[in-house]
Write a protein that binds this ligand. Sequence first.
Ligand code: ZN
Ligand code: ZN
Length: 258
Amino acid sequence: MDVNHITAWPAVAVALGGVAYFAAIYLAAGLVASGVRVALLRRGRGRLLDPRPLPAGQVARERRQSAVSIVIFGVGLLLPWAMLVHGWASVHSSNPPLRVVLELLALLVWNDIHFYTVHRVLHRPKLLRAVHAAHHRSVVTTPWSTYAFHPVEALLLGSVLLPPMLLWPFTPLALALLPVLSLTYNAIGHSNFSALPRRWRWLSNAQDHHLHHACHRGNYGFLFTFMDKCFGTQLPHDAARAVIEAGLARDARRGGAA
Ligand SMILES: [Zn+2]
Ligand SMILES: [Zn+2]
């Protein structure tokens, strides 16, 4: 089937195709990030950013939560599909490479603005307790934490493409690739692993996403740092040192007492 003619698809095919698409990229990103992390650690390359042990059952819980998010993201594709069907939005008829690259850059910047805004709102005390706490159950993150959200958070984050689609006829390829890039970056951000020297950190704000989980605040951005810098919420690289050392010391005392 041609994604340029997605408006001709029946709704059930859009929903099922969406679920299959998000499931495939979640599994691929999780497996690749886990595999790379294990391979590099075995070779003595890189280090765990937060060396505290995972609670029993964390990865299984993250996969269960992510399965619900995958269904929400996949079925949620019916919204942009309906926008196309009813003529509220349109897509470009082909995929010129330069246009795809420029649109992807614009969408990545928008993705950061959208993610930061939703994320900061979800850190309001009542919403944090009711919704965002589901993601923060992973204090030490794994590549499988990426989609481990409360369903309301999945709905909010899944809306990222709707405003730009109302404003511009994006190429189908740029729209399809945004979730791939976003999830790849998300998997890096939750891998709890650093193989990059500090001077390369500008490449990857995600290297510091573990600080957000360890400190429960700050570093609300996604790919870029401009929103955290603009609003004064960027954490220093050693922000979690005290909480990580306290956690390790507590574990050591428990181990000694056992
Ligand atoms: Zn958060
Ligand atoms: Zn996270």
